[in-house]
Design a protein around this ligand. Sequence first.
Ligand code: ZN
Length: 378
Amino acid sequence: MKNSVLGKVKIIGVFLMTFFLLFLCFSSYPISAKVPTIVINPGHLVGRDSGAVNNNNNIQEATLNAELASKVAEKLKDIGYDVFLTHPVTGCSIPALLTTQQVIDGYNSNSSLKTIGDAINSKNPDLAISIHHNSGGNASGYEFYWSSYRAGIDNTDIYKVYGLWGNGDFSWRDKSPCNAALKSKDFAELLKANFSGIGIPFRNIIERDDYIPAHTKCPSVLIEAGFVSNDNESRKLADNTYQNDEANRIVKSIKQLFGEVAVKASGIVTSESSQVNNNVFSVNAEQLKMEGSNISGVSFEVYKNGKIVWYDGIYKSADKFTANVPTKDFNYETGLYGINAYVKDSLGNHYRLGTTFVTVANTKITGKVERLESETTG
Ligand SMILES: [Zn+2]
């Protein structure tokens, strides 16, 4: 009896010691950074809810929101972030969490914001950004909203403030904001710093409980990028060059929020005419390099006329992977094919390397097209 108890104590002791040693062992491994996931919500919905409208030049808020949101999303994707729109934007390749119809159904049941907020939370992203434009006569400038209140998530030290919305409406505030709320405020401050000098004035960073910032579990900021109602300003906000400038400043703020991510990948994506054979063409990712992790694979996303087919890269050497694309997968169609290449690190995270296009004519590829991507930050 006594021996048996002693035996059990010994077994538990050995088990605990082993566990402790294993813990020491695993915790001493370097931890690779995960690619942050960002969700962008283009406010309102083109064709259903225009938001603010300028009656002099017919510039509509929903259009500006969609244009800026898609630019930010594409730029984030290009540098390796995991990025989603809340709903599809025409002409933008970034995947959406909801279909347009699901957002319309949300409008029809008077719960469009809840539909969007729930979709964002189900993705569990690292940051959510809502993009809007303002209305108010000839007022001018941009502002950033964050919420200290997190409905159903952090209900400690909550109190009401009247008058923030006018007409006796009220906003909830939180004396001890959760980390997601505090990081939202940090992000608003980064946006303020990076938007400085853009050509229209800074107005405010405002603590207010707009639905999305107040109901997302992650850090979340609503950007009011400028005034649609101001004739001059609205023309500027609709300008492609100005939108790219805005998008670059938002992307810079996101990179600063998350710091430098450890994994960097680079390489060249090519397709060569000599590789056409039996209606098959080859695509290559070569001169591959990855800092901070090992390359465990390459995937090629080939697209034509709205059809997308994925191919796993075949290992050629430590810095080269190849895939064979049978044109029968695309009904033997000729013309331009687009190819995105992604490298996979040892943790299974994907980093976009770049895009190349090939022209397939009579099952022969003409020319050699390649594009060197700048270094990709994961
Ligand atoms: Zn709006």
